[in-house]
Design a binder for this molecule. Structure first.
Ligand SMILES: NC(=O)c1ccc[n+]([C@@H]2O[C@H](COP(=O)([O-])OP(=O)(O)OC[C@H]3O[C@@H](n4cnc5c(N)ncnc54)[C@H](O)[C@@H]3O)[C@@H](O)[C@H]2O)c1
Length: 414
C-alpha cells in the first residue's frame, strides 16, 4: 500500500489554490498538513481553503456513497469521505517561515507556489531535510539555480518535480515521444515550436498578478519564463530529451497597449530561439505574450527522415519512383500519408498524482529536475544570447551566470 504523502505548501498566493485542489483530489495518496507564507493573512486564507475544501468533499462523497449501487464504489467513496473528514480533527498548521516548517512539521514533501526568485532556496532546504519537492514553473531564474536544485535533490535522494501543466501526461504526447525515440519516423533532425498569445501580458493586458511578474530580478524573464516554459518542456519531452549545446535568441518588447503600472517592467514580450542539441538535432522556439499574428498555425512541428508530426497529426512518407519503360528512375512521387497514431492503452495520472507516484516509487516525475534544468538553460540562454547579440554555448552560459550576483537582474531588454 502506497504511503500517504504529507505535504507542506510553501507560498499561498494566486496559484496555490490549484495545489490545494490538486492534492485534495487524491485523498488516498496525499494529505496537506501545513501551509506557509511570509504574509500571514495569505497562509490563513489558504489553510481555511484546505479545511473547507476537505469538508465539502467529505459531505459530497458520503452522499454519493449512499446513492452508489456497487459495493466497491460505496467502499471507495466512504474511505475517501473518512480521509477528508480527518482534516477537521487534524487541522492544518500555519507557518510564516519555511525553515521553521521543515524543522517543526512531520512532512514527506513540500509544494512550492512561490515566485521564481523563491524556488532555489526552499528546494535546497527541503532536500537537505529529506523532503521531496514539487516546484511551480519556471523551475528557476537561471540555469545555475536550476542545477543547484536538481543536484540538491539528487544528492538527498528525493524527487524533484516541476509544474508543467501536465503537458506530457497524455496518450498523444507519450505516443509521439515513442515514435520519435524508436525511429518510426526515421532520423528526427529538427523541431519547430510556435506559441503566441494575442494579448496576454500579466499586469499589462490582464490584472491581479503578483508584482514580481514583470521584473527580471524576481521572475527571470517574461513570456518565455511564464508561458514558453510549458511549450519548451513538452517539446524537449517529445523530442526524447535532447541536451542543449548552443543557444541563439532574440527578444523584443514594446507592444501596445503601453504598460502603465508603477513597478519595474524590463522583461521580453516575444522571444525567438534557435537551439542546437548535442545529438545533432535542432529546434526553433517562437513564443509571445503579445503579438498581432492571426491565422498562423501554432504548435509543434517535428521533422524526421521517414515522416513528421504536424502537431498531433502523424504523416508517413510512402512515395514511389516513376520509371521509364526500361525501369530507370525518372521522378520521385512523394506521398505523405496521414496515419493514425498508435496510442498506448493506459491511464495517465494528472501532474500531482504523477509527483505522488514518484514519491512512492523509484520512478521519476515526467517533468523532473533534469528536464527542468534543460528548459532553464534554454530560457536563460536565449535572453543572454539576445543581450550579447550572438550564439552562446551552454558552458558559456554557466560561466557568465557565475559573474552575476544578487540583486543583478536577469538579462533585461532595454
Ligand atoms: N498566477 C498564475 O496564473 C500562475 C499560473 C501557473 C503558475 N504560476 C507560478 O506559480 C508561482 C507563484 O505564482 P503566483 O501567481 O501564485 O504568485 P503570487 O505572488 O500570487 O504568490 C506568491 C506567494 O508566495 C509568498 N512568498 C514569497 N516569498 C515567500 C517565502 N520566502 N516563503 C513563503 N512564502 C513566500 C508570497 O507572499 C505570496 O503569497 C510562480 O512561479 C508562477 O510562475 C502562476
Amino acid at each position: 500500500m502506497a504511503k500517504r504523502i504529507k505535504i507542506g505548501l510553501i507560498g499561498c498566493g494566486m496559484i496555490s489554490g490549484s495545489h490545494i485542489n490538486g492534492y485534495l483530489a487524491h485523498p488516498q495518496h496525499a494529505e496537506i498538513v501545513a501551509v506557509c507564507d511570509t504574509v500571514d493573512e495569505n497562509a490563513k486564507r489558504r489553510a481555511a481553503q484546505v479545511l473547507a475544501g476537505a469538508e465539502t468533499r467529505a459531505t459530497e462523497a458520503t452522499a454519493n456513497a449512499k446513492k452508489a449501487d456497487a459495493a466497491e464504489a460505496r467502499e471507495r467513496l466512504n474511505e475517501n469521505a473518512a480521509r477528508w473528514a480527518e482534516y477537521k480533527e487534524n487541522g492544518v498548521k500555519i507557518y510564516n517561515d519555511y525553515n521553521e516548517m521543515l524543522k517543526a512539521c512531520e512532512l514527506d514533501a513540500v509544494s512550492l507556489a512561490t515566485p521564481p526568485f523563491v524556488h532555489e532556496a526552499p528546494t535546497v532546504a527541503a532536500a537537505a531535510a529529506g523532503k521531496h519537492v514539487f516546484c511551480e514553473k519556471p523551475m528557476a531564474r537561471t540555469a545555475t539555480e536550476a542545477r543547484s536544485m536538481r543536484d540538491a535533490c539528487d544528492k538527498a535522494g528525493v524527487k524533484l518535480a516541476y509544474q508543467s501543466g501536465g503537458t506530457c501526461l497524455d496518450p498523444r504526447s507519450y505516443a509521439i515521444r515513442e515514435y520519435v525515440t524508436s525511429g518510426k519516423i526515421g532520423d528526427v533532425y529538427y523541431g519547430r515550436l510556435t506559441s503566441y498569445r494575442v494579448r496576454g501580458r500579466p499586469n499589462v493586458d490582464m490584472f491581479g498578478f503578483g508584482r514580481w511578474f514583470l521584473n527580471s530580478v524576481y521572475s527571470g524573464g517574461g513570456t518565455i519564463y511564464d508561458i514558453g516554459v510549458y511549450a519548451i518542456n513538452r517539446t524537449l519531452y517529445l523530442l526524447g530529451s535532447p541536451q542543449p549545446a548552443t543557444i541563439s535568441g532574440i527578444a523584443y518588447r514594446g507592444m501596445l497597449p503601453e504598460y502603465t503600472g508603477e513597478e519595474i517592467n524590463d522583461v521580453e514580450e516575444h522571444a525567438s530561439v534557435f537551439v542546437r542539441f548535442t545529438n545533432g538535432m535542432s529546434c526553433t522556439f517562437e513564443n509571445g505574450w503579445s503579438s498581432n499574428m492571426a491565422g498562423q498555425p501554432q504548435g509543434l512541428f517535428i521533422f524526421g527522415s521517414k515522416g513528421s508530426f504536424s502537431n498531433d497529426k502523424l504523416y508517413l512518407e510512402k512515395g514511389e519512383w516513376d520509371t521509364d519503360d526500361k525501369g530507370n528512375r525518372r521522378r520521385y512521387r512523394e506521398n505523405l500519408v496521414e496515419t493514425p497514431l498508435e496510442l498506448p492503452d493506459r491511464h495517465f495520472p494528472d501532474k500531482f498524482r504523477d509527483f505522488l507516484n514518484a514519491c512512492n516509487s523509484d520512478a521519476q516525475p515526467v517533468s523532473n529536475g533534469d528536464i527542468g534544468l534543460n528548459v532553464t538553460e534554454i530560457m536563460s540562454g536565449a535572453l543572454l544570447s539576445a543581450k550579447l547579440g550572438r550564439e552562446i554555448t551552454v558552458d558559456e552560459l554557466y560561466d557568465i551566470e557565475a559573474l552575476r550576483s544578487e540583486p543583478t537582474p536577469g538579462w533585461p531588454i532595454p
